[in-house]
Design a binder for this molecule. Structure first.
Ligand code: B4P
Length: 192
């Protein structure tokens, strides 16, 4: 079983690369950002609470996203593997994920981190904001807030996997297909 965490700051290319990874490998895609946006669209209570935070560029409480992932793992317990996109985003979420996977005698195979500088992140998200309609992509102040949240709360997640010897960093700047090639090389190496 291949359990992959795709990691990086907002706009690093996690969603973009996830689409290519699931097209090539038989993995279930679990994007907490997508799951939260579905809740918002459905107008659920959870969605309404999440929207207020997401529109301010703030992370949603750990319990909420951990609960969503727990349910999805239950639904797909017989899958060939998972790609976790945008999760875990805090050390608490990483610990919870390890516990949840252990219930199925599973663990994370590798974390692949996409490395992109702040200036490029900002430019990409502002550009996406022109067409995505996503409120959190609409202005530079909000984008900076998301990058700040990443630096304060999410960056330590990389150390968590580094300590387990499961961390691989890939340059996230350049052609999307070239970055994908580098990801496939890492997957081939860790799957041996
Ligand atoms: P996410 O939906 O995860 O949003 P994101 O980080 O902005 O997206 P992503 O990183 O996947 O976008 P991509 O680079 O692919 O989270 C949104 C919000 O939800 C968070 O702020 C938070 O509030 C909440 N949330 C989600 N998960 C949570 C969790 N676990 N805990 C708590 N809160 C959580 O795309 C960006 C743009 O770059 C695109 O336009 C793309 O086309 C472009 N791009 C990609 N690769 C490129 C390349 N190589 N070159 C040029 N452009 C590229």
């Amino acid at each position: 079983m291949l359990n992959l965490v795709l990691f990086g700051p907002p706009g690093a290319g996690k969603g973009t690369q996830s689409e290519k990874i699931i097209a090539k490998y038989n993995l279930i895609h679990l994007s907490t950002g997508d799951l939260l946006r579905s809740e918002i669209q459905a107008g659920s209570e959870l969605g309404l609470r999440a929207k207020t935070l997401m529109d301010q560029g703030i992370l949603v409480p750990d319990e909420v996203v951990i609960g969503m992932i727990e349910n999805k793992l239950k639904d797909h317990h017989d899958a060939a593997g998972f790609i976790f996109d945008g999760f875990p985003r805090t050390v608490k979420q990483s610990e919870a994920l390890d516990e949840l996977l252990a219930r199925y005698d599973e663990s994370i195979t590798v974390m692949i981190a996409l490395v992109v500088d702040d200036q490029e992140l900002s430019a990409r998200l502002l550009n996406r904001g022109k067409t995505s309609g996503r409120p959190d992509d609409q202005n530079e102040e909000l984008i900076n807030k998301r990058i700040q949240e990443y630096n304060n709360k999410t960056r330590p997640v990389a150390d968590y996997y580094q300590q387990q010897g499961k961390f691989v960093a890939i340059d996230g700047i350049g052609e999307i297909d070239f970055i994908f090639e580098e990801i496939t090389k890492t997957i081939a190496r860790v799957s041996q």
